[in-house]
Design a protein around this ligand. Sequence first.
Ligand code: MN
Ligand code: MN
Length: 388
Amino acid sequence: MSDTSRRTLFQTAALAGLAGAAVPAAASEFPSGPFWNNVPEPALSGEELPRFTFALEKSDGRVDGGSFGKEATVKQLPISTGIAGVSMRLEPGVARELHWHATAAEWAFVLDGRCRTTVIDPEGRSATNDFDPGDVWYFPRGHAHSIQCLGEKPVHFILIFDNGYFSEFGTFSVTDWLGHVPKPLLAKNLGLPEAALAAFPTKEVYFTHGPVPPAEPALPLQGALRTPPETHRFRLMAQEPHSIHEGGREWRVGAADFPISTTMTGVVLDLEPGALRELHWHPNADEWQYVVSGTIGVTLFGANGRFRAETLEAGDVGYIPQGYGHSIENTGTELARILIAFNTGDYQAIDLSAWLAANPAYLLADHFNVSVSEIEKLPRSDVFIAGG
Ligand code: MN
Ligand code: MN
């Protein structure tokens, strides 16, 4: 049996099984994993490609004074089933409280300001790291963590999750949990009298408020650090770009250079005005884009004649489903910087120029209705970034 027919049979069986089942009421009820990966996505099965961009920074999100969290999930951007993202700003003295995520790993990039994270793994080892602009973190799914703003300036970072159904407002927060556990049970658990718990919040705090943290991390309550072997921090923008062209540069980090990041690869792509990240696709991952600065035109090809082009400004998000053809062009007058994440630790791409160059000239001539001598003018190797 070929792969294709096996997949079709599997899909048919999966859909038949679904026919009598209740549809999950909330996005958070959708499981992630291979089963759903094999079900055709309704958003993608129509005659036209759906919208693939969302104005994240223009959205309202959750606001607490000058601190906020704004998210792009399947609710805001239905096409983005594989990856969700959040823009978060914390004021001095504010922390994103202790929490974990049941259905997603968290990858982050610091845009402005400084912050400190603490994360625990299932072996009870914890790591505390400080982050500057251009740094990246990765927290495996289910590993509890917190994020504190450091210093007297706000911090602004982008969080990216390897599940589009994940919501930042459905996280497992410590105050939400303990605020709902009966007091006698919690008192027994913590070895305290019930009266000592009287002031505990009864609902999720989400953003905590306190003094600006000390310059050096304080020791944990247990008195000593037991740190895990793999770091959660990668200083992406402190590296040399892995790819340098006249029209732009790209920094990239996946699991090979940042071993804990098994499910995510991150990229920073700089394009000069007029430069084009050429037509390409990713065989093994979805792509999530956040425009840090500038204006870009993105094209998307979804087979069967379906093609769509959209313009993204700073603060906008774009989404490219796995395997879909696409390009990114700086259509503005200033440098464009795009933060990009893929839901794989093993980055893969096939570029148009390399694809064509791997085929004989006569075959390409037959496709495009031009002479072999014209075909021979095509690039002989990967272009990656054209123009600019
Ligand atoms: Mn988190
Ligand atoms: Mn791409």
